[in-house]
Design a protein around this ligand. Structure first.
Ligand code: CLF
Ligand code: SF4
Length: 456
């Protein structure tokens, strides 16, 4: 396992079952305006980039980490992901990172940026020991950029001109190259915007690989009118899960991240399990900050995870039986990389494409929350939504499933598999696909949602 990613939940799919990140919302301002972003919208129940309950000063961020460090043994990464752009607020960002680095030398530092100011700060990022940087790259074409960015601030002026976009995109490329040269692991996030940059993404992915980018994270556009973003107000469509998965597969030459949860700028905990509410200024107001930096607890957790994974590997349970075909299999898990969750308790499903005996995670589909109060609820059957979430899958592996839901799943063409409890997820989904193949089930046609949309 790559030591640089073994404990980073975003850079390693395996690590995200065991380790946690915590975001410090110290960077409120931004130097560009993306057509999919509105940081004024704030909802404590919302999980998406740019959303934050409160903004912090560097000293408040340090205090927050001091509490989290003794409460969360699985904490391994401190990240700055907004709510604006980390490098549009360099004073606050670097002060925060310096304070945390001094007191918590074992925690990895991470930041995320639009890249405009990256060429100016790559040196300081490296000097501070930030090992992981995410840059959001949505296009390499200035004309596409003009549709995605309402303005970028170049030479002190906000502009949407072709020239401003050329400068912005050049800064992104220059910044990424500088980071790669310094040995920093670069992740690129790209927002999949149907009809704007979807067809560019396979080319972007290839080019990023050549540039030395470590991993590519293609995220679906979130576009709801109530968020007040330009695209949301325009009613721009969000990509369907199948479309996102098809684009990720088309970009498959480059290492893909498919387990991103598009988290908040004040997220805390393992991906998908957000504990930010326990660390607000109000929640911590009366508690003295612990002196212990929690390193012993984190070292012990790391040791136990290492032992657990070694035992699993030695037991042969990680071996993959030979399978075939392009089956799509969903899995329910509550952590540790095992099939260990009841179907009815799942809030999200890990979606694997199984082909040639290999399982590849292509998405984590969230079940839309269905309780919006009586006015919104209208008596809709929650099971319908769950089944809709895994539509297109051939099977779902889970710990258990009730008789009624199992019947409904079967009617929807999804085979429930419940006799692989506590099996490592990848092995379980490959086994489920093997059984489907043995029974003569037809694998999915490799249809692309994009092709369908384009009428091809
Ligand atoms: Fe945070 Fe981003 Fe670092 Fe991770 S998030 S700054 S790399 S520690 Fe992770 Fe969240 Fe997806 Fe980002 S799940 S939105 S990829
Ligand atoms: Fe919002 Fe980030 Fe875009 Fe700035 S770079 S406008 S914070 S999404």
């Amino acid at each position: 396992m790559d030591k640089r990613t073994a404990r980073h939940p975003c850079y390693s799919e395996s690590a995200h079952h065991f380790f946690a990140r915590m975001h410090m919302a110290v960077a409120p301002g931004c130097n560009i305006q993306c057509a999919y972003c509105n940081r004024k919208y704030d909802c404590a129940n919302e999980s998406r980039p740019g959303v934050v309950s409160e903004r912090l000063k560097p000293e408040e961020a340090l205090r927050k980490v001091r509490h989290a460090a003794v409460r969360m043994k699985e904490l391994s990464v401190i990240g700055i992901a907004g709510p604006g752009d980390a490098l549009a607020n360099p004073g606050r960002t670097f002060k925060t990172l310096r304070l945390i680095r001094e007191r918590f030398p074992d925690l990895a530092l991470c930041l995320s940026t639009n890249g405009l100011k990256l060429p100016d700060h790559a040196g300081e990022i490296a000097d501070l020991g930030v090992g992981h940087v995410t840059v959001t790259v949505n296009t390499f074409k200035p004309e596409t950029a003009r549709r995605i960015y309402e303005w970028v601030a170049v030479s002190g002026r906000k502009s949407n001109s072709q020239e401003a976009m050329e400068k912005f995109l050049a800064a992104q490329r220059e910044g990424i190259r500088a980071l790669v040269e310094k040995g920093i692991l670069v992740k690129v996030n790209s927002i999949l915007i149907p009809g704007i940059n979807d067809e560019e993404l396979p080319f972007i992915s290839k080019k990023l690989k050549l540039m030395g980018v470590f991993i590519h994270n293609i995220m679906p556009l979130i576009s709801r009118p109530e968020h007040g973003t330009k695209l949301g107000v325009m009613g721009w469509p969000e990509p369907a899960a199948a479309e996102l998965e098809a684009v990720r597969e088309a970009c498959g030459d480059m290492k893909q991240m498919a387990h991103c949860r598009q988290c908040r700028a004040d997220a805390a905990g393992r991906l998908g399990k957000d504990g930010f509410a326990g660390f607000t200024k109000e929640a911590l107001a009366s508690a003295p900050a612990p002196e212990d930096n929690g390193a012993a607890g984190r070292a012990e957790w790391k040791r136990r995870v290492g032992e657990f994974l070694a035992r699993r590997a030695a037991s042969g349970r990680e071996g993959k039986p030979g399978a075939h075909g392009g089956f799509l299999v969903a899995a329910c898990t509550k952590g540790l990389g095992l099939v260990n969750q009841h179907f009815g308790h799942a809030k999200e499903f890990f979606i694997y494409r199984v082909a040639g005996g290999e399982a590849r995670l292509v998405n984590v589909r969230k079940v839309e929350s269905y309780c919006g109060g009586p006015a919104e609820c209208g008596g809709e059957d929650p099971l319908e939504r769950i089944i809709e979430t895994i539509s297109g899958c051939h099977a779902v592996v889970c710990l258990r499933v009730g008789y009624g839901p199992a019947k409904r799943l079967a009617e929807a063409g999804v085979k429930p598999v419940t006799d692989l409890p506590y099996t490592p997820i990848e092995r379980a989904v490959v086994e489920a696909a093997s059984r489907l193949a043995a029974k003569g089930a037809a694998p999915t046609m490799d249809e692309s949602a994009m092709e369908k949309r384009n009428g091809a």
